[in-house]
Design a protein around this ligand. Structure first.
Ligand SMILES: [Zn+2]
Length: 310
């Protein structure tokens, strides 16, 4: 498969998580002007994972639960030498040395009733995070976008509708949906996002049902042409494995999933039903600090942890 230049090297590591953003949610009928969160992203199978543009990729990894045991070491298969992870040179708004381990906490599918509680906890621990939001044009939705931004967190685009039948029907449909959310966010916060997370992750299989076998590679290429950086994850909190996952399971999944990894992008969900995610957050932050992580927000220049394409 032809790869875009910004998805370059293939090194190896791990994969752990189930691909879980947003499933098991409100399954009401699609409403064109509102986000749709009913698709199952759980079945998306991250067979492998890359951390590019600067490099790492997980090959032949099964849909294993989050665990610290999957680390298989680096195996460079590309001809180019791996470059240094970009994040190591990034300024660090959350303290600690530039060479320390970095954790990027990410919250998908908001805003929701839990957005403010999440922000409150992050403020208490002086941690900045990244919110991959969907479209909510209500007054409250716009207020929450602003609140996320005003508290120093980064907003990424997770598509307006989050409806696979819309966003993965065609490249043009995907771009329209992304643009619609970009505009809403610009109206609400004054800024357009520079980063994106694909609903279901970049190698989800369900997209094929709507847009054919090449739809994911085609939308990825289109986003690359538009200079949009996208991010998957290498630690799943498993908070989407059940409608309401146990708090203890979420804490343990992140603790285990982080073991042995220098940079982690942790997948959480900011949704009405995910109260246990909020309840787990303080202990997770504490655990990660004890493991030596500093916290940072994603930007288009961050090391991009990405699944390899199926
Ligand atoms: Zn999602």
């Amino acid at each position: 498969m032809k790869r875009t230049p910004w998805i370059s090297l293939t090194v190896i590591v791990i994969l752990m998580s189930t691909c879980g953003c947003g499933q098991i949610l409100d399954s009401g009928p699609p409403v064109s002007s509102m986000p749709i969160k009913s698709q199952s992203e759980q079945s998306a199978l991250p067979g492998s994972l890359q951390t590019g543009p600067n490099a790492l990729s997980l090959n032949n990894v099964q849909n294993a639960p989050a665990s610290g045991k999957e680390l298989s070491g680096k195996t460079t298969t590309a001809s180019e030498p791996p470059r240094e992870p970009a994040t190591l040179a990034d300024p660090n708004p959350n303290g600690a040395a530039a060479t320390s381990k970095t954790a990027y906490l990410t919250f998908d599918d908001g805003p929701s009733e839990n957005t403010e509680p999440i922000i409150d906890i992050l403020r208490r621990f002086n941690v900045k995070a990244t919110f991959f939001v969907i479209g909510d044009p209500s007054q409250k939705g716009r207020m929450l976008y602003r609140k996320i931004a005003e508290n120093g967190h980064v907003i990424g685009n997770h598509t307006y509708t989050h409806d696979y039948s819309v966003v993965y029907k065609s490249v043009a449909g995907f771009k329209r949906d992304v643009e619609k959310l970009d505009e809403l966010l610009e109206q609400s916060t004054g800024r357009r996002p520079e980063i994106l997370r694909f609903p279901g992750g970049s190698n989800n299989r369900q997209a094929r049902k709507y847009g054919g076998a090449r739809i994911m590679s085609d939308v990825i290429a289109a986003m690359g042409k538009d200079h949009v950086s996208y991010f998957d994850w290498n630690v799943s909190s498993t908070d989407a494995a059940l409608s309401v996952q146990k708090r203890e399971e979420i804490v343990e999944a992140v603790r285990q999933g982080a073991l042995g990894k220098p940079n982690i992008i942790v997948l959480f969900h900011d949704m009405d039903k995910k109260n246990t995610t909020v309840e787990a957050l303080p202990e997770i932050i504490q655990n990660l600090k004890e493991q030596g992580y500093r916290f940072d927000v994603l930007s288009k220049d961050s090391v991009a942890i990405r699944f390899s394409q199926l």
